[in-house]
Design a protein around this ligand. Structure first.
Ligand code: GLU
Ligand code: ZN
Length: 276
């Protein structure tokens, strides 16, 4: 049985791009007689606004979707800690105290997701008295594993290629995990068999596939769907004032009809759907 999920972060209102993401995940589960889960990704302490989770539920209801709630990330911190401890024990993580400024001063290369960490702290040992982020020793991780592949329903079989990301942060200095670690662990814990999300997270899957192997987690299939773009061809974003679902809901827009229009590929004026 297929299990999909929608995993929004409560750091801003949902917009049409999120609606599309939720609809894709919901409809696939529905068509295949599976489950559709809602997981709130609320471990970004500084930006997280817990009260938004209920707004998100109202948005999904308004779109006519049905879902099952699973535990929010903020209630799963022990599982992140436990996994990080295992990776530390296996020698896969090292502490890093570099500031952003220090990293930029080292003139790092640009990778698929911003700067590639130049490795300044590589090999350092954990010192519990000094708060630090924990980075994955990418060379070591890759040396311990053979070739990995993963399957995207749209793009087909992929050879996992996490190397260009370099030594990514898996535990942030001020947070119990990074997105990569938390989402990978949660998808396994929630029994997600088909990870549905926007094509903007396609590259991150290379890291997630690696983490699954390091942590002995089951390997799902992925479905990276096309993104809704605005008039200028940019992905819709919370910070760019894309109209929120809540605004539309409160202005009397019919959510179910809107969801059906999106399904039929008839997008609000100015928006386009990019192929993944
Ligand atoms: N929480 C992430 C976001 O809001 C989505 C994570 C995922 O789907 O893997 O962008
Ligand atoms: Zn460092």
């Amino acid at each position: 049985m297929v299990t999909t999920r929608f995993a929004p972060s409560p750091n801003g209102m949902l917009h049409l791009g999120h609606a599309w993401s939720a609809i894709v995940a919901h409809d696939i589960a529905c068509e295949r007689g599976g489950r559709f889960l809602l997981r709130i990704e609320d471990i970004d302490g500084a930006r997280s606004r817990p009260e938004l989770a209920d707004e998100f539920r109202r948005d999904l209801e308004w779109l006519g979707l049905e879902w099952e709630d699973v535990a929010a990330q903020s209630t799963r911190l022990d599982s992140y800690q436990e996994a990080a401890a295992r990776l530390v024990h296996d020698g896969m993580l090292y502490p890093c105290t570099c500031t952003r400024k220090e990293i930029e001063a080292a003139r790092p290369k640009l990778g698929p997701d911003g700067f590639v960490y130049p490795g300044t702290c590589k090999g350092r040992l954990l010192d519990p008295s000094r708060p630090a982020a924990l980075r994955l020793d990418m060379d070591k991780a890759l040396a311990s594993l053979g070739n990995l592949t993963w399957m995207d329903e749209i793009a087909g079989e992929q050879v996992a290629d996490p190397r260009p990301f370099g030594d990514v942060v898996l535990v942030r200095k001020d947070e119990p995990a990074s997105y990569h670690l938390a989402a990978t662990l949660d998808d396994a814990a929630d029994g997600v068999t088909l990870v549905t999300r926007g094509a903007d997270l396609f590259a991150a899957t290379h890291i997630h596939r690696l983490l699954q192997e390091l942590l002995g987690l089951p390997v799902p299939t992925w479905h990276h769907h096309g993104l809704l773009l605005d008039e200028e061809g940019r992905k819709l974003a919370k910070r760019r004032e894309s109209p929120s679902l809540r605004d539309m809901r409160e202005n009397g827009v019919d959510g179910r009809a809107l969801a059906d229009r999106l399904r039929a590929g008839s997008l609000p004026s100015g928006n386009t759907l990019a192929n993944p």
